[in-house]
Design a protein. Structure first.
Length: 126
């Protein structure tokens, strides 16, 4: 059976264990949580207390970096829930946030060629 696009993307983008405070919002509701891991294509967060979602599966997220001086903001699409964690795929990210995310990924790769491979995969997916 052929792999789905989501399964192929999972393999292309390395997850980085990363702990940071974040907020997600949807349809006027907002929840505070923490990031468990992040990649160029998505994020896994701890399921916030009282979390529920509408039929609209799109969320806005703000991930705080360096004591709230910098943040990554992105639009996310809910993909899965497992072991009290929520998985999201990034559908939109601004240039400044992408620069912060790229730097974060770069700092966590021992080999810079892996970052270039993932950036290339990211642009070919879209």
């Amino acid at each position: 059976m052929p792999e789905s696009q989501e399964q192929q993307e999972r393999r292309l983008f390395s997850r980085i264990l990363f702990s940071a405070d974040c907020t997600i919002s949807q349809d006027g509701f907002m929840w505070s949580s923490s990031v468990q891991d992040i990649s160029l294509k998505g994020v896994l967060i701890q399921k916030p207390e009282g979390f529920s979602m509408s039929d609209n599966r799109e969320f806005d997220a703000k991930i705080n970096l360096a004591g709230d001086q910098h943040c990554i903001t992105m639009t996310l699409e809910f993909t899965n829930e497992h072991d009290n964690a929520l998985g999201f795929r990034c559908t939109n990210i601004d240039i400044e946030s992408m620069s912060h995310l790229k730097r974060l990924v770069e700092l966590n790769f021992a080999d810079e060629s892996l970052l270039h491979r993932e950036l290339s995969a990211l642009t070919s997916v879209h």
